[in-house]
Design a protein around this ligand. Structure first.
Ligand SMILES: Nc1ncnc2c1ncn2[C@@H]1O[C@H](COP(=O)(O)OP(=O)(O)OP(=O)(O)O)[C@@H](O)[C@H]1O
Ligand SMILES: [Mg+2]
Length: 531
């Protein structure tokens, strides 16, 4: 694609009078043979929201890690207010007023919420050698969550929080200090709509008070709601940068992918009479104090060939429903679950897997990825028994390679190869590896919890097509998503949860964003009261 001459990266005429808040010049970063950034330059004045867009693996997170001092061995120059800086580590960047919300959350699960927020910067009373000011830190933590409109208890252990709440803690941590530059790398991937609304309000306030916000998201509506300026990277290179008012989402997507993206088209295929999954009067009591929703009297069926969408607000019980079927809940659900007509009760996911059920979890870091392993090992993890020579538990390298090559190609996983460490992949590409793992199991029933979280627009439509194809082969698929257009594009039928109960079951012909939202808020009288 040609985009004419790329717009200049300087930010306008006043650049001559006062130096911009931030300038990154000719940044180059290689990871071994992978050129993550090949000469990227950006400029951002104060008081602006500047979005950085690009496909999975484009180099967005790497650029932000360079700025935040998390990557120190790069070529190029960073200037703050016209002064060259070179950070020796994250702490150094923080001292210079740069704060980052990491895409892959960077919290200590064993510590409390307040301890995480003040980690390394604990407040003391009675001078620097005084005792820890626990009360002060808790009060400040509460204040931060008030600002974000989220009542997360400061003393809760971070590891016990749901992924969406952990994301809120990561956000609060970045806001705990006044910063000149706040970097947000996919901050909303696990947030509910009302949480997103409140975060956006905080971003507006930051902007008004002169903070520069660098914002990364795959969601075009967020980018276009928030940004003053949009910069696009592709394959580690600067593609274009323009004021939001001068561009359209379509233009940005074209810059990102360098081609046109096919619209989401629902592909119908026959649904068989055979019920793969029947759930009857399923109830689940969450452990007391866990803050997780209960499930009440859930009844529905998923047939062979059918994609059933599970909609609902955050906390409605979507994940719990999938986990209850998969045997992954801390308490045992009541009610009946039948798989191809046989009553089943899984006490552990291993039992579910043996019976032909697979689940892609939303919280990939905690439950999905093995960060010490390679890409190939992460993909074939669940298939190892079949990839052996007879009774000898040796991995058959050829079969493994075929499976891995198929996955990399089918899901367009951007990696140096199967032997690369999984941690060397960008966030979205790691997610694709987990999806690949479960596809190789060839399950009868596939449970997908937010499968496209963090995945770019181009790869999303590939994954939708793949989901439809898998269903077309006679599987039943249960899928949650907080993005309604996604459910509308993929699901044959949508069940809607509100506070752990099914409030509607909508055939695709009748499903609209309005009908789903209406059912999703059935029992809530305070929805919309966020404003
Ligand atoms: N620690 C690392 N070691 C090796 N390669 C890496 C490492 N971190 C990133 N890369 C590679 O650098 C490239 C850019 O990755 P980066 O994480 O910046 O992408 P991204 O634009 O943030 O993508 P996403 O939208 O998926 O988060 C990718 O090809 C990735 O595989
Ligand atoms: Mg990233």
């Amino acid at each position: 694609m040609s985009q004419g001459s790329p717009p200049k990266t300087d930010s306008g005429s006043d650049a001559a009078t006062a130096p911009p808040r931030l300038e990154m010049r000719h940044i180059i970063k290689n990871f071994g043979g992978v050129q993550a950034l090949r000469d990227v330059s950006i400029v951002a004045p104060g008081g602006e929201v500047h979005s950085i867009c690009g496909e999975n693996g484009a180099g967005k997170s790497t650029l932000m890690k360079v700025l935040a001092g998390a990557i120190v061995d790069y070529d190029g120059e960073i200037l703050l207010n016209g002064q060259t800086v070179r950070f020796s580590g994250p702490r150094d960047a923080e001292d210079a007023g740069i704060r980052i919300i990491y895409q892959e959350l960077n919290l200590v699960p064993q510590l409390t919420v307040a301890d995480n927020i003040f980690l390394g910067r604990e407040r003391t009373r009675g001078g620097p050698l005084g005792w820890l000011d626990e009360r002060g830190m808790e009060a400040r933590t509460r204040e931060l969550f008030d600002r974000l409109g989220t009542p997360i208890p400061p003393r809760a252990r971070v590891g016990d929080l749901r992924i969406g709440d952990q994301q809120m803690v990561e956000i609060a941590k970045a806001l705990a200090y006044d910063a000149a530059i706040v970097i947000m790398d996919e901050p909303t991937s696990a947030l509910s709509e009302s949480e997103v609304t409140r975060l956006f309000r905080v971003i507006h306030d930051l902007r008004k008070s002169g903070t520069t916000v660098l914002y990364i998201s795959h969601k075009m509506n967020e980018v276009f709601t928030l940004s003053d300026r949009v910069t696009v990277l592709r394959d580690g290179q600067f593609v274009a940068s323009a004021p939001r008012a001068e561009i359209t989402p379509d233009q940005v997507v074209r810059w990102m992918v360098g081609r046109e993206i096919a619209a989401l088209n629902y592909q119908p295929h026959p649904i068989q009479q055979k019920a793969v999954l029947e759930v009857e009067n399923l109830s689940l009591q969450a452990p007391p104090g866990s803050g997780r929703p209960n499930l009440q009297d859930i009844t529905f069926t998923a047939r062979a060939g059918e994609v059933v969408g599970v909609a609902g607000l955050l906390g409605a019980g979507r994940t719990e429903l999938l986990e209850a079927i998969y045997g992954a809940t801390p308490t045992t659900p009541r009610g009946t679950i039948r798989l191809e007509g046989q009553p089943v009760r899984f006490h552990h996911p291993d039992e579910a897997i043996r019976a032909g059920v697979a689940m892609v979890t939303e919280d990939r870091k905690a439950l999905g990825l093995f960060s010490q392993m390679t890409v190939a090992e992460n993909i074939t993890l669940r298939r190892l028994p079949e990839l052996t020579f007879g009774p000898v538990p040796l991995v058959n390298p050829r079969a493994e390679r075929t499976a891995v090559d198929w996955s990399i190609k089918e899901l367009s996983i951007k990696t140096a190869g199967g032997g690369a460490p999984i941690t060397s992949l960008s966030g979205g590409n790691q997610q694709k590896c987990i999806i690949a793992r479960w596809l190789l199991v060839e399950p009868k029933l596939l449970l997908l919890d937010e499968p496209t979280r963090g995945i770019d627009i181009g790869a999303k439509s590939e994954i939708y097509a793949l989901i439809r194809r898998l269903a077309g082969q006679g599987r039943a698929i249960l899928m949650t998503s907080s993005e309604l257009p996604e459910l509308l594009a993929v699901a044959d039928r949508i069940i809607v949860l509100c506070e752990g109960r099914i409030t509607a079951e909508i055939p695709r012909a009748e499903a609209t964003e309005e009908s789903i939202m209406h059912a999703a808020t059935r029992f809530l009288d305070k929805v919309g009261a966020a404003s």
